[in-house]
Design a protein around this ligand. Structure first.
Ligand SMILES: *[C@@H]1O[C@H](CO)[C@@H](O)[C@H](O)[C@H]1NC(C)=O
Ligand SMILES: *[C@@H]1O[C@H](CO)[C@@H](O)[C@H](O)[C@H]1NC(C)=O
Ligand SMILES: *[C@@H]1O[C@H](CO)[C@@H](O)[C@H](O)[C@H]1NC(C)=O
Ligand SMILES: *[C@@H]1O[C@H](CO)[C@@H](O)[C@H](O)[C@H]1NC(C)=O
Ligand SMILES: *[C@@H]1O[C@H](CO)[C@@H](O)[C@H](O)[C@H]1NC(C)=O
Ligand SMILES: *[C@@H]1O[C@H](CO)[C@@H](O)[C@H](O)[C@H]1NC(C)=O
Ligand SMILES: *[C@@H]1O[C@H](CO)[C@@H](O)[C@H](O)[C@H]1NC(C)=O
Ligand SMILES: *[C@@H]1O[C@H](CO)[C@@H](O)[C@H](O)[C@H]1NC(C)=O
Length: 622
């Protein structure tokens, strides 16, 4: 028996000796301990921060690693390599930074703070020996408090944010022996190696652009006895923070090993980083400007000579904006398995929609194929891209990329696993939504529409809000889709005058007179949408008795006048609804769909009313 125990003890020593290791080429399905702003994106990036300012995020391997070999107190050698990318809000400004960290706890939310504390320390515990924090910082902010050398450096931090040693980001090339600067927040992926040699107690940090083999010379090399800093067991991972502006800070792949050579990453299977907008760069080059001016003058002359060929002009302008999200036809062909019929999700007003999986990143997508035949179609599709590519909101279906063929435009969107809302509302019998889900979707769509109207530097009018243009993600959040009809105009400029577009039953009466789509006509359609969700009926339905179509808004209004507004609710809800919320939604719907635009609330007011922050104004009989 005793022998057996000794043997087991020996075995565990051997296991210790070998050391734990792990390798992640992308983080899809990986069980990490995440908190704060950290998340794993659908395409497998470990995202440490998002567009929240003054925030922090942490990601740790879910079980602690053993760093000491009993009974000795010496820290074992360890090494790690990872690939990161930092995408800034403003290409010229960093925000705070991130660190690779060894910590006694995986819960740093309470002891860490945002900004230059990097999510690791706070004002009171900074520098305290009992922190037992070892970190390598990738700092993109020059903070005097932390004695930073600049806004783009790598440093070794022990128990506090003032680095023991730091150096501007860059690498010494093995080829020419020269030091090359790297901009941490350039939006380009870079690889890092951190190695601790237990024999000579030296920690080395090496940085290089992705695909450049590890340079021989380390960026930072520092002798430090880690024995009193690193405990027997430590969590390994990353922490990050944002300051007065945000940056997206991503880890693409990561491997780690105690006592041995760290496994290499497979760089070709890492998920791609979102692209950074390159507009500023284009403008900084004179030749393209000269060319552009030439092209524009030529175009202007052609314009006059050939009368009004304005579509090709608009086309030119938009092309600049589009480059960021271009995908190859081959990728999309593979993604949808050759646009097979089995992958067909549906046929919409503009074209066919296919389900697919992007080959490189394994992201589920919906690919919309639009043919170019009518010039009108091109213009609208391109408008759709321009708007969606820049808009980012959790209640908007995100455009991930596009591809252009001679006579076709292919648009790639996030795949929405639960399909469109109308399938739940109007399908006969089977699946439906409970009141809680419906109210949640309504609030989401309201917030998405508010974002379109006010959340960006240009007003975006959706023009076709209805249940069938609301898609549901895996968490049953409502997301606005189909911006094919969206038009952009500046806050200051007067709205364009165009043909009436949209869907009967959702068109505000003033559109018939002026054809001017406004935020207020969107609010009208939002009202009709609210009724669709609450009543489980389409905005326009052929009446059972005669041929005359029944308009939902009118029907609910009639019922309200008779004091029977609650009778209009979807009978499938049964008794399972919150009366106050139902009442609020129905009355807000009537207010939004008021025939007079001036009586309608703005989306900001409508959202505040739904969230209970603003009282519903009384409805008036006409
Ligand atoms: C950023 O992450 C936090 C925490 O996960 C989340 O609450 C917040 O909504 C996210 N922000 C955006 C814009 O997604
Ligand atoms: C993730 O890892 C933790 C710690 O090992 C474990 O408790 C948890 O169950 C794991 N979660 C999943 C989904 O595997
Ligand atoms: C700082 O962190 C310590 C834990 O290390 C915590 O007890 C303390 O409340 C924190 N102080 C502040 C001001 O957040
Ligand atoms: C360091 O932290 C420990 C535990 O939080 C605390 O007891 C001690 O007073 C702190 N030391 C200093 C110098 O602040
Ligand atoms: C660690 O340092 C010792 C002494 O300088 C050296 O012999 C050994 O090769 C180093 N180990 C590694 C893994 O670099
Ligand atoms: C660290 O770098 C120094 C000098 O660049 C080198 O001599 C040493 O072997 C390196 N140690 C490790 C563990 O890579
Ligand atoms: C490293 O530190 C530990 C604990 O403080 C100590 O026991 C050990 O002797 C130190 N090693 C060297 C080489 O100084
Ligand atoms: C690396 O990943 C690529 C793409 O996923 C794959 O084709 C290749 O076999 C992988 N290489 C190794 C050595 O695993």
């Amino acid at each position: 028996m005793l022998l057996k125990i000794v043997f087991l003890a020996l075995l565990s020593q051997v296991a210790h000796l070998a050391g734990d290791d792990f390798t992640y080429n992308g983080f899809n399905g990986v069980n990490l301990t995440l908190d704060g702003l950290a998340s794993i994106t659908p395409n497998g990036l470990l995202s440490l921060t998002n567009d929240t300012i003054h925030g922090q995020g942490h990601a740790f391997y879910s079980v602690p690693q053993k760093f000491k070999k009993y009974p000795a107190d010496n820290v074992l050698s360890f090494s790690t390599t990872f690939v990161f990318g930092i995408i800034p809000e403003d290409p010229t400004l960093g925000s705070a930074g991130f660190t690779f960290v060894l910590s006694p706890t995986s819960d740093l939310m309470t002891q860490g703070s945002p900004n230059y504390f990097l999510g690791l320390f706070n004002m009171t515990n900074n520098g305290n020996q009992s922190n037992h924090i070892f970190a390598v910082e990738f700092d993109t902010y020059n903070s005097p408090e932390a004695n930073d050398i600049n806004n783009n450096h790598v440093g070794i931090d022990i128990n506090g944010y003032i680095s023991k040693k730091s150096y501007p980001a860059g690498f010494t090339s093995d080829e020419d022996g020269k030091f090359h600067d790297l901009l941490l927040f350039s939006g380009e992926p870079m690889q890092v190696w951190i190695e601790y040699n237990a024999t000579d107690m030296q920690i080395n940090v090496t940085l290089s652009p992705l695909w450049t083999p590890k340079p021989k010379n380390a960026l930072l090399s520092c002798s430090v006895n880690l024995s009193s800093i690193i405990l027997d067991q430590m969590f390994v991972g990353f922490s990050a923070s944002t300051g007065t502006i945000y940056t997206y800070q991503y880890i693409l792949g990561w491997s780690f090993k105690v006592d041995g050579k760290v496994p290499e990453l497979n760089l070709s299977s890492l998920p791609p980083l979102p692209r950074i907008k390159k507009k500023a760069k284009i403008l900084s080059l004179w030749l393209p400007i000269a060319l552009l001016v030439f092209v524009l003058i030529t175009a202007a002359v052609t314009f006059v000579v050939l009368r009004r060929k304005k579509f090709s002009e608009l086309h030119e302008d938009w092309e600049l904006d589009l480059d960021s999200t271009r995908l190859s036809y081959e990728q999309l062909y593979k993604a949808t398995r050759g646009f097979k019929d089995e992958n067909l999700l549906g046929i919409g007003g503009f074209g066919r929609v296919y389900r697919g999986v992007l080959p490189a990143s394994r992201v589920d997508v919906a690919v919309k194929r639009l043919s170019y035949e009518s010039k009108h179609g091109v213009r609208e599709s391109v408008a759709e891209i321009v708007s969606l590519d820049k808009l980012r909101h959790r209640n908007i279906v995100q455009l991930l990329g596009y591809c252009r063929l001679k006579s076709e435009l292919l648009l790639v969107y996030e795949f929405m696993p639960n399909g469109s809302l109308d399938n739940f509302l109007f399908s006969k019998g089977e699946q439906t939504l409970d009141w809680g889900q419906r109210f949640h979707i309504i609030k989401g769509v309201a917030s998405g529409l508010l974002y379109l109207h006010e959340g960006w530097d240009q007003v975006v009018i959706h023009r076709d809000i209805k249940a069938s243009n609301v898609l549901l993600d895996s968490d049953m959040n409502g997301r606005l889709g189909d911006f094919g009809l969206a038009r952009l105009y500046d806050h200051s400029a007067a709205p364009h005058t165009t043909n009436v577009v949209g869907t009967l039953g959702f068109l505000a009466p003033e559109l018939a007179r002026s054809c001017k789509a406004t935020t207020s006509s969107d609010v009208f359609a939002f009202g009709a949408f609210l009724l669709e969700v609450a009543c489980g009926r389409r905005a326009i339905e052929p009446s059972k008795h005669d041929e005359i179509e029944e308009v939902l808004v009118d029907w609910v209004f009639e019922n309200w006048k008779m004091g029977m507004i609650h009778e209009t609710k979807d009978p499938r809800l049964g008794d399972n609804y919150v009366l106050e919320e139902l009442d609020l939604v129905l009355k807000l719907a009537l207010l939004c769909s008021h025939p007079s635009p001036s009586a309608r609330p703005s989306m900001r007011e409508a959202t505040a009313i739904l969230n209970g922050d603003l009282a519903l104004p009384p409805l008036l009989q006409e």
